[in-house]
Design a protein around this ligand. Structure first.
Ligand SMILES: [Zn+2]
Length: 274
């Protein structure tokens, strides 16, 4: 009895910690409380159902507007972190890992987390996973950098995270030092658009930057994550005529020596080979 009471208390405290600051109705990715029903689960979540600038989206590369964007100035640095199983994903909270500038405004990196498969699609294709690097400017402005992840070599930078995934909701594992710069692909090409949080309450006016080139993880690393979260991706949302911009480094767009990516896209875009 005592044990039962204690575990109920622990569960309550964990819930309070995870959702401090207000009521947080339960939601899931599939089933009755799945992503297609979020908007109806609670008045707090109504934007998930009626919002017109929701995320994720499918990005059609050929339709993206070229010009006007520069490479993102990243100022990431190594700092301590905390790996958290928050009940919907694995999230790494960071306290001193630097910042990035979006549209000239500095946003501080506060956490990154994972989805499988990737929530965003490019030319209709999802990747095996995505990491969302979440940034804040002031109290309300949010900017997210999405880095797609495909199967390939073991990811050495993510090894200390994937080797220590907390299996129980609410649990944390300390991470002595992590440099989020190690999660960025070397190709600075990205797409930018205005969207939302991809989890309830689906708040809008989030600046999204989706890197075009994926990074890699091994099958074993993906499997480790999937043991905890088999599927934690929201379905793609209507773009409703939103502007999607694309930043291409000059060398790729203009150079004749550029590799495969400079060749015309395969007509069907059937396979993603980069
Ligand atoms: Zn996310």
């Amino acid at each position: 009895m005592k044990v039962k009471l204690l575990s109920a208390w622990v569960a309550m405290m964990l819930a309070a910690c995870a959702h401090a600051g207000g009521p947080d109705p339960e939601w899931e990715y599939e089933g009755e409380k799945g992503s297609r029903s979020w908007g109806k689960l609670d008045p707090l979540f109504k934007t998930c159902g009626i919002g017109k600038r929701q995320s994720p989206i499918n990005i059609e590369e050929r339709e993206a507007e070229r010009g006007g964007l520069k490479p993102i100035p990243f100022s990431y640095k190594a700092g301590p972190g905390e790996i958290l199983n928050n009940g919907h994903t694995i999230q790494v909270n960071l306290t001193n890992s630097g910042s990035a500038r979006f549209d000239g405004l500095e946003y501080r990196l506060v956490q990154f987390h994972f989805h499988t498969p990737s929530e965003e699609k490019i030319n209709g294709m999802a990747s095996h996973m995505v990491v969302h690097l979440v940034h804040r400017a002031g109290d309300t402005k949010l900017g997210v950098v999405a880095v797609l992840i495909k199967l390939g070599k073991e990811n050495a930078a993510l090894k200390p995270v994937f080797d220590n995934l907390p299996s129980i909701e609410g649990k944390t594992v300390a991470l002595a030092s992590f440099n989020p710069g190690d999660l960025l692909p070397s190709d600075p090409t990205y797409f930018a658009y205005i969207g939302s949080l991809t989890t309830p309450p689906c708040t809008e006016d989030v600046k999204w930057q989706v890197m075009k080139t994926p990074i890699e993880i091994s099958y074993a690393q993906l499997a480790t994550f999937k043991k905890l979260y088999k599927m934690n991706a929201r379905h793609t949302q209507a773009t409703n005529g939103r502007r999607v911009q694309m930043m291409m480094p000059d060398a790729v767009g203009a150079g004749s020596s550029a590799p495969a990516s400079a060749a015309p896209a395969a007509p069907t875009g059937k396979h993603s080979n980069h």
